[in-house]
Write a protein that binds this ligand. Structure first.
Ligand code: FES
Length: 121
């Protein structure tokens, strides 16, 4: 994964999330097609983690209400389509039909703000 452009994102508070859009491109029959993707950054136990907002089960966004990713007890991330649960620190699938965990995205922590991908090749 090569990040070819970065963007600023406000750092989320503890057990909060901030979403952002980024672009990827794929090659189909010799033509490059750009795709719009969404990621989200969370703060969990004081540490930031950034994931692609696509459930590994069926590809849908995890949050039905924008920005709501945590379970009620704040210990897990929940996909609201079929209720898979993920470890907020690693993205590992803890329960549900997912074949693997969430896709981790790179980021830079600059203290009061983050740099997250704007475009990935
Ligand atoms: S789409 Fe997330 S659990 Fe099915």
């Amino acid at each position: 994964m090569d990040v070819i452009a970065w963007q600023r994102l406000a750092k989320p508070d503890e057990r909060q999330a901030h979403c952002f859009d980024y672009r990827t491109s794929i090659c189909i029959q010799g033509k490059t097609v750009e795709l719009k993707q969404q990621g989200f950054a969370i703060c969990y136990h004081g540490h930031v983690h950034v994931f692609r907002n696509a459930c590994p089960h069926a590809g849908s966004p995890l949050d039905w209400n924008p920005g709501e990713f945590f379970s009620e007890d704040g210990r897990e991330l929940v996909c609201h389509t079929h209720h898979a649960r993920f470890d907020p620190a690693s993205g590992e699938c803890l329960a549900g039909p997912c074949p693997h965990g969430l896709e981790v995205l790179p980021f830079h922590d600059h203290g009061d703000y983050l740099e997250v991908p704007a475009a990935i090749r």
